[in-house]
Design a protein around this ligand. Sequence first.
Ligand code: TYD
Ligand code: MG
Length: 470
Amino acid sequence: MARFQTRYICQACAHESPQWMGKCPECEAWDSFIEEVNLKEKGSGGSKEGSRKQGFLPSHNAPTPITQVTAVAKTRRSTHIREFDRVLGGGLVPGGLILVGGDPGIGKSTLLTQVALNIANSATAEDTPTVLYISGEESAEQIKLRSARLGTESANFLLSVETEIHIILQQLDSVRPALAIIDSIQTMFDSDLDSAPGNVSQVRACTTHLARFAKSLNIPLVLIGHVTKEGSLAGPRVLEHIVDTVLNFEGDQHHAYRLLRAAKNRFGSTDELGIFEMYENGLIGVENPSAVLLSERLEGSSGSAVASTIEGSRALLVEVQALVSRSPLASPRRSVTGMEPNRVNMILAVLEKRLGLKLAEQDVFVNVAGGIRILEPATDLATAIAIVSNFREQPIDPSTVLLGEIGLAGEVRAVSQPEKRLREAARLGFRRAVLSKHNLPKLVSNLGIEAIGVESVSDAFRHFFTPSSS
Ligand code: TYD
Ligand code: MG
């Protein structure tokens, strides 16, 4: 007999409690408990029995000497979308479970339909891959319309509109596709459980079934998951532990650019970034992101500086914009988009202390143009100079790129992979780079760009601005 008929489950981390709680003691999420009735426990054994009865899990996972295990790198399957392959670490790994999360409407179904069609269309004489797309959200007609919009279809692209996990497992078993896509994991349910689809226990049970299945048949499986800001849908955090790869599809509803980032990847690096643009006929990888990100720059305006950052394995030029204006408020605003607000606060403090700039009474807005988010500190110097440039209303030379992390003593620290960053800047026509002097000794000379070393923020300041009394 069940200990209690009703239990409350945190939708963020699956913590269980016999009574409702406002705040989860495990993951500290607020208002995350949902009541789930636990009826099936009186039947014998519940879900475990259920799946064993189905009997479709072949037990060919006998212990194997490591010398006989084939490495995954050889067997990856390309999705024929360069940006997607890059983020995956080179393509789909057999048996790999990938969770693609993102806000509704960002383009998850579009991206995965494109992947599915590419693979289904990549048949050769030796290899005719089928793809099974299981949708719990949209009808077959809607998916057909999307594929028409993408301008291609294929008989090897199989559609199934289904939400019950055991039926899905049977379909997977009979089709044995080269890739399976579940759109979305929140719409799937296990009839052995009584909670509603989308609840954390359902999501977890379905994912566990699918994971076991994908591993035993060596099929790559993509799960699409919604992540809403309010957290009203179940547990991305629970899923993150089960799957091999977590990809976040981000972007601004108001920009056409979409960024695909890996938050976890058992088969590759997590700092690769894929950049897409949404068009009428699908998502297209952006070949030259630096040029796109800089395309709307107003050259010669104050408060703008270009930094060369590294995202994954490539360099990316971004424009950092700053607006500094006298604040009417007792505690002036500090508003930051596209980078870590604490870093900007630190840079402001360094500018006050080391350069004596009176920024305490100013509102400061800092923005990375293009809706992109930068995580590395190598943009510090560009941020600092953009702030000073706007504060003093003196534009800086638009053909200079800045790189360097700023330390608390006001020192400009060396950045990693300076050559890659400078090459990208040179390629886009920049003529000078201001960077830490500690980066200079190891630089090769033929980069096509003049490298100017600085030791501190005050050095950089003297390079860009004429001294005045302000
Ligand atoms: P969708 O992939 O359904 O988003 P998600 O699955 O993440 O909820 O579609 C996202 C948006 O993209 C939708 O508003 C329609 C638009 N879209 C295009 O602009 N071009 C296209 O080719 C397609 C298929 C969709
Ligand atoms: Mg969708």
